[in-house]
Design a protein around this ligand. Structure first.
Ligand code: FPP
Length: 250
């Protein structure tokens, strides 16, 4: 990823206007393990049910004037989990693509998978490429899956690539500004996040979309991710609409 990509919509989002639905919702889908534990099931069952919640959420977003949904499905820190759980999460992404890609494409959904390319198992790169290639011209809705993603790693990789471009004489250091830095990031095609939701009651950002959430409204919900449904999303969107966003102004 050496050349800068033009950010599609990095300017202030349309939802700056009070009362409008968020243009971009990001979700930290937390609580799968606790959901499974509470039911006496293996943690992986919680992740599987989490995929169902993701399907419900995509469908609900499409009817709520939301244009982008970005979900945290595997972090650069998740490699520390037991191998069986890591393998299961990899498998769930593959299964999601296998089961849902065709339908989402027919519905006009563009899919992006963003994160570090290194360390992914065989076949994953081809799968990611297939999603990007097949859906690249779709415009009805955007599903962005952060996979092998870390906010700091994203900024480090962008900075390395900028440094390489400066070293090779392709880039003037004076031209490095917010727009240029963002254009080198994995999330270069994502607009700023309007609303960041974390489920499960935890009050943390956990290295998610550090750049894009600079002016996000934050919501921490008590529901565990596998139980998340349309009602929860609708309540969150209504709550967002009543917030007064000032972006540092008055
Ligand atoms: C956090 O819950 C959740 C994750 C680390 C993975 C999220 C993944 C999915 C919802 C399914 C994957 C979807 C795709 C499309 C690949 P946790 O396991 O940390 O829960 P806990 O805090 O209760 O233990």
């Amino acid at each position: 990823m050496n050349s800068p990509k033009k950010p599609l919509n990095a300017q202030r989002p349309s939802s700056e206007i009070e009362g409008k639905a968020p243009n971009h919702i990001a979700i930290i889908m937390d609580g799968n393990g606790r959901w499974a534990n509470a039911k006496g099931l293996p943690r992986i069952a919680g992740h599987k049910e989490g995929v169902e919640a993701l399907r419900r959420t995509v469908d609900a977003c499409k009817t709520l004037e939301i244009n982008h949904l970005t979900v945290f499905s595997f972090s650069t820190e998740n490699w520390r989990r037991p191998k069986a759980e890591v393998d299961a999460l990899m498998g769930l992404l593959k299964l999601f693509v296998k089961k849902d890609l065709k339908r989402l494409h027919q519905e006009g959904v563009r899919i992006r998978i963003l994160g570090a390319q290194t360390g992914l198992p065989n076949g994953m790169h081809a799968l990611i490429e297939e999603c990007h290639e097949l859906t690249k011209n779709n415009t009805t809705f955007n599903v962005n899956i952060a996979f092998n993603y870390g906010g700091r790693a994203e900024i480090v990789e962008a900075t390395q690539n900028i440094a390489r471009s400066v070293k090779s004489g392709q880039l003037d250091p004076e031209s490095v500004d917010e727009t240029l830095l963002h254009s080198f990031m994995w999330s270069s095609e994502l607009p700023d996040v309007d609303l960041l939701i974390r489920t499960s009651g935890e009050l943390r950002i956990s290295n998610f979309l550090l750049w894009g959430i600079a002016y996000s409204e934050l919501m921490f919900l008590d529901v565990l991710w596998p139980d998340f449904g349309r009602d929860d999303l609708e309540r969150a969107v209504e709550g967002f609409k009543s917030r007064n966003r000032r972006f540092g102004g008055l």
